[in-house]
Design a protein around this ligand. Structure first.
Ligand code: C2O
Ligand code: CU
Length: 435
């Protein structure tokens, strides 16, 4: 998959350390897990379920705990995997068919083990034929609570997913209620598992955006009459004090009412304002200096005629090339990496880098001024550009793709590779078809 593109804007060849095999980059193989879960994947009619439900069961761990998840494939014909979206696991645990493992066939199983290092809100989903399997339900929430706990805070998950055209929250269409006493503080973990960005808002109370993509916002101010647009694959943790009459989490269709038992507050239309993370919250220092990167890349998204798997069409391009001739971004461990993302393709793309959190430096050339805006899922609108930075601190081969999963299946996929890492797995072998 050597690149014929020229994504490198500077930095020279990445240093090549001793060779590492992806299959060896596992989490701890020894030790009794603190959280042990078996998830059985099944086909049920047009849906896919895990342990009989979709979303699958919430996996909840305390920071520092060892998590073990056994995936058993009972009846998903194409094979399945589990990927921990936004949770930066060691590479062999990343669950990408053809890159970090083989798809698990019917009758097979695969065990994932990782330490719940970073508190926050995440989710899991199959990364085999994902444009079909995720839409049809092979997914669920993953929550890591801080070691110190959340005190009296009520912790509520709100996983948003569209099944057969109907938007649901935690699998429930329409409106449903969750009881919480007036005066309680609620942390509402909203997870967007769909292919497009989704706006959510709170009616009946002010709120703060406490975290984005699993990372706390520094000094988030309270807002009201404002929506939060969550990137496809992204998460926003909202903090709200329950008013006497309760509040509503709105998505425009499905809603969750949180408060004391009694009549629900009235639904409110979508506010015109939305939170802009580029300027929300207060600045704080970054753990590295992005003005002195070791490596600089361009990731230019476009569209042009060509062949994809032998099929002629107008397909997505990255730096002018179609998959699989598009860039392999090669880094060395420890590198500070910056990337300039542009999009002239006519559509928005929710870009997702595996294994790393990156921070937004600028949008359309305008520098970020708020809290550090760390993300794993970033909506890059048509005509927009973003400058981002991350530390290459997790060796492996990592996907860097669009999370509109049909776009990914149509070739909007690149990889970040550490110079010394090789993988024994192959896309196309053993039915491996990650997108
Ligand atoms: Cu949510 Cu490559 O995945
Ligand atoms: Cu896309």
């Amino acid at each position: 998959m050597a690149s014929t593109g020229t994504p490198d804007l500077g930095g020279g060849p990445a240093p090549v350390g001793p060779a590492l095999d992806v299959a060896a980059l596992t989490g701890p193989r020894e030790g009794t897990p603190d959280v042990a879960v078996t998830l059985t994947a099944r086909r049920e009619g047009t849906r896919f379920t895990l342990n009989g439900s979709s979303p699958g069961p919430e996996i909840r761990a305390v920071e520092g705990q060892l998590v073990e998840v056994r995936l058993v494939n009972e009846s998903v014909a194409g094979g399945a995997t589990l990927h921990w979206h936004g949770f930066d696991v060691p590479n062999a645990e990343d669950g990408v068919a053809g890159v970090t493992q083989d798809a698990v066939p019917i009758g097979g199983e695969h065990v994932y083990r990782f330490v719940a290092r970073a508190p926050g809100t995440y989710w899991y989903h199959s990364h085999q034929i994902s444009h079909d399997q995720v839409v049809r339900g092979l997914l669920g929430p993953l929550v890591v609570v801080p070691r110190a706990g959340l005190g009296d805070t009520r912790d509520i998950t709100a996983l948003v997913h569209i099944y057969d055209g109907v938007r649901t929250i935690d699998g429930v269409a329409g409106q449903h209620a969750v009881e919480a006493p007036a005066g309680a503080t609620v942390r509402l973990r909203v997870i967007n598992t769909d292919n497009g960005a989704g706006a959510v808002w709170i009616s009946g109370a002010p709120f703060a955006v406490a975290a984005v993509d699993g990372v706390d916002i520094h000094d988030p101010p309270a807002v009201h009459d404002t929506s939060v647009v969550i990137t496809a694959g992204g998460r926003a943790d909202l903090q709200i004090t329950v008013p006497p009459g309760g509040f509503r989490l709105e998505t425009g269709t499905a809603a969750m009412v949180v408060g004391p038992a009694g009549p629900a507050p009235a639904a409110a239309p979508r506010p015109t304002a939305s939170v802009d993370m580029l300027s929300y919250g207060a600045p704080s220092p970054l753990p590295f200096d992005p003005t002195r990167p070791d490596r600089r890349f361009g990731y230019a998204i476009g569209k042009s005629p060509g062949f994809l798997d032998g099929i002629p069409g107008i397909w997505w391009t990255i730096n002018g090339k179609h998959f699989p001739d598009d860039p392999m971004f090669v880094v060395g461990e420890g590198d500070v990496v910056t990337m300039h993302l542009t999009n002239d393709s006519g559509e928005a793309h929710p870009m997702h880098l595996h294994g790393h959190h990156a921070v937004v430096l600028a949008r359309n050339g305008v520098a970020a001024t708020g809290s550090p805006w760390w993300f794993d899922s970033l909506e890059v609108g048509n005509g927009e550009s973003y400058d981002i930075a991350f530390r290459a601190d997790n060796p492996g081969v990592w996907m860097d793709h669009c999370h509109n999963l049909q776009h990914a299946a149509d070739g909007l996929v690149a990889h970040l590779m550490y110079a010394n890492v090789t993988t024994p797995f192959r896309i196309g072998d053993k039915g491996n078809e990650p997108e």
